[in-house]
Design a protein around this ligand. Structure first.
Ligand code: SF4
Ligand code: SF4
Length: 433
């Protein structure tokens, strides 16, 4: 009874912390501008199935994709076992499904053990790849501090959790031969290799180790559920809505502001007097997170910090101070700062800081060539360029702060309808024989 109460309390505490954090994340995402995205539902679901569920873009690099898939599949499938943990924990039973499922239970448990070993190996490979092989995108200063620790910590936690499953099963199998309380599971292949480590232990010590591994695993899973909401591993869940709400337009398409389009059409006499600009244009572009669309903010929480975007970025490759990964991390960090301030009754967005300036510098956004390489590279369909363009729009239109070289181009477009300084009538001279 004491164990059941302890279990129920642990479960409730985890649910409370997860709910609290999810509500905070939702409030932070709602800082963004409203945007209705619901067109082409079939294409959007296709993205969810292929890109989020099927990890289609990950498979552009087969080796990491294979190991990532092992962790992903292991995470999804092994967690089915948690259902049995929860029922056993609340009802005070032990392996409640074993008598019901008989031989199928043995097959299932062996499948879980196979996945546990696969996850364990994949995590070791990723730890080596991240810390020993020296891949540039993992050594980047973008990841200094918590992001690097977070990435390593999650791999270590997964290894420890998988070891706990195998230890629990090894000791359980030994106890099945000594204590009738332990329901027969049938032979479990991988954990049987650990059995010699525990064979010489007395029964009560063995029960202690088995119970410790059981509690360690379930508390670890619940702690992991809370931890994930503070980590880049939130992408496990948010990759799904993020791929659904991803932009479907061709990559070269840049969103216009309707108010500006109408103004230009009106100047060119293309409106037939029908279109009129909205009464209140609001701010041009984005200075802070509340000027971005909520989908941009959700994308920041979905970022896996993999750095594939930064590795492909030509500005970054040529030594410019631009990393699309850092852009996404900055958006998320700013949201977190504002959200925390609001939760504490502080000034929130009016804290004297802004995304552009305090987190992302003009030097960074001006280095972007708008090439879309980062968008193409992202395995979860994040679009850092959309954010960069909004920040640049603010800089150019609200602050008149575009670099001097750009201003002459703007002027030429305004007067000659082309970036170059010659009359509009000469625009097609290049095509003359
Ligand atoms: S669009 Fe900008 S940020 Fe993205 S890869 Fe190209 S230059 Fe880099
Ligand atoms: S934006 Fe995409 S590619 Fe870039 S770090 Fe995040 S998940 Fe990786």
């Amino acid at each position: 009874m004491v164990q059941q109460l302890a279990f129920a309390t642990t479960l409730l505490a985890a649910a409370y912390f997860v709910r609290r954090r999810v509500l905070r994340i939702r409030a932070n995402i709602r800082l963004g501008k409203a945007q209705t995205v619901g067109d082409n539902a079939a294409d959007r679901w296709k993205n969810v199935v292929l890109v989020a569920f099927g990890q289609q873009k990950m498979f552009k690099k087969w080796v990491p994709a294979f190991f990532h898939f092992l962790i992903y599949a292991g995470f999804l499938i092994i967690n089915l076992e948690v259902l049995e943990f929860v029922i056993d924990g609340l009802a005070g039973t032990h392996r409640i499904f074993a008598p019901m499922l008989g031989g199928f239970y043995t097959v299932l448990m062996n499948g879980f053990e196979f996945l546990a070993v696969a996850v364990l190996l994949a995590c070791v490979v990723f730890l080596v790849r991240r810390n020993v092989l020296g891949l540039a995108r993992f050594q980047s200063t973008d990841l200094n501090g918590w992001p690097r620790l977070d990435a390593n910590l999650i791999l270590v936690i997964e290894i420890v959790l998988m070891l706990a499953i195998l230890t629990m099963n090894a000791t359980d199998q030994l106890l099945q031969t000594r204590d009738s309380h332990y329901t027969p599971t049938g032979p479990l292949f991988f954990s049987s290799f650990l059995m010699p480590l525990f064979e010489s232990m007395g029964t009560s010590a063995l029960v202690g180790v088995e119970r410790f591994a059981w509690w360690f695993h379930i508390i670890g899973i619940l702690a992991f559920a809370v931890y994930v909401t503070y980590s880049k591993h939130l992408h496990i869940f948010l990759a799904f809505p993020n791929t659904y709400y991803a932009k479907l337009d061709p990559k070269g398409h840049i969103n216009n502001m309707p108010v500006v389009t109408n103004e230009v059409k009106s100047m060119l006499g293309l409106t037939n007097g029908a279109a009129s600009p909205p009464a209140e244009p609001g701010r041009f572009g984005a200075k802070d997170v509340n000027d971005l669309a909520w989908t941009n903010l959700m994308a920041a929480y979905s970022c896996t910090e993999c750095g594939r975007c930064t590795a492909e970025c030509p500005a970054h490759q040529t030594g410019k101070k631009l990393s699309p990964r850092k852009i996404m991390m900055d958006v998320r960090d700013r949201m977190e700062q504002v959200g925390e301030s609001v939760a504490k009754g502080g000034p929130g967005l009016n804290d004297g800081k802004t995304l552009l300036g305090d987190y992302i510098t003009k030097e960074e956004i001006n280095a972007c060539t708008s090439c879309n390489a980062c968008v193409e590279a992202c395995p979860v369909l994040i679009n850092p360029l959309e954010i960069i363009l909004e920040l640049r729009r603010y800089q150019a239109m609200e602050e008149s702060g575009a670099p001097a070289q750009w201003n002459s181009m703007f002027q030429n477009i305004e007067t000659s309808f082309a970036p170059w300084k010659f009359p509009a009538s000469d625009r097609f001279n290049w095509a003359k024989p």
